[in-house]
Design a protein around this ligand. Sequence first.
Ligand SMILES: Nc1ncnc2c1ncn2[C@@H]1O[C@H](COP(=O)(O)OP(=O)(O)O)[C@@H](O)[C@H]1O
Ligand SMILES: N[C@@H](CCC(=O)OP(=O)(O)O)C(=O)O
Length: 263
Amino acid sequence: MRNISEKQRIVIKLGTSTLAHKTGKLNIRRMTNLVRVISDLHNSGREIIMVSSGAVGLGAGKLGLPEKPKDTKTKQAVAAIGQCELMHVYDDMFAKYSITVAQILLTKAIINNPSHCENFMNTVEKLVNMDVIPIVNENDTIAIDELELEIGENDSLSALVAELSRADLLLILSDIDALYDDDPRSNPDAKPIPLVEKITPEIEAVAGGAGTSLGTGGMSTKITAAKIATNAGIDMIIMNGRDPEKLYDLFEDKEIGTLFKAQ
Ligand SMILES: Nc1ncnc2c1ncn2[C@@H]1O[C@H](COP(=O)(O)OP(=O)(O)O)[C@@H](O)[C@H]1O
Ligand SMILES: N[C@@H](CCC(=O)OP(=O)(O)O)C(=O)O
């Protein structure tokens, strides 16, 4: 029996493929449903911290670009446009439920600098105590393609945020139901793995790259995230963000997605 119902402070990570269509434009139905269910979880007394991707994807969608840009300067500019759009959407959608959101943009250098990192932790704590939902992303305009600054993908970032904010659970919403024993896009016989007690080399070996041109890290960065979270004593779930109602099932301890057990 799972004990997800007991989790109080939850970091929820949303990937680009969950919040946008392949065009890069907002998936309005999905986002409307997600914000409604997350608002309900928040109203039930849980502390929610979000890590949201989407700056580059939504920026590209807003500009009508056929795909995410590849060159650094365009990516940085597009991220600046998309981040603004992303927060506008969240601010607007959560306002319907009288919930205030706040934006925090991080880089690797901020996390690695003890005093900057403490500022981040204090701000998250204060916002959560104010009943506000912090929404974190990487500061792509500053960090993209900068070795010293860039984490590069939000799966690991969400695990670091979970660790720094002392979360009880990291919930990664993806475009796939679970970790499978092979990439289900290339192997239709792949089977879901409901529980990972320990991240072994065999588990690492089954995780492949991104499934769509919108996604960044694929399953391998989710395994990296799982290592960070579980080593910090935090359970992690990977589940599909396609059907937000399933979040209710998850918090009723039903077996949804893959649970990586805290070590
Ligand atoms: N073993 C695996 N189990 C599940 N998905 C896998 C696996 N290996 C690779 N993948 C791919 O990882 C993708 C999810 O990651 P990604 O494309 O980055 O999406 P998101 O941005 O929504 O997290 C899946 O759609 C799938 O194609
Ligand atoms: N920080 C980037 C997203 C990076 C990332 O990991 O993307 P995704 O695989 O969609 O979660 C952005 O906001 O576009």
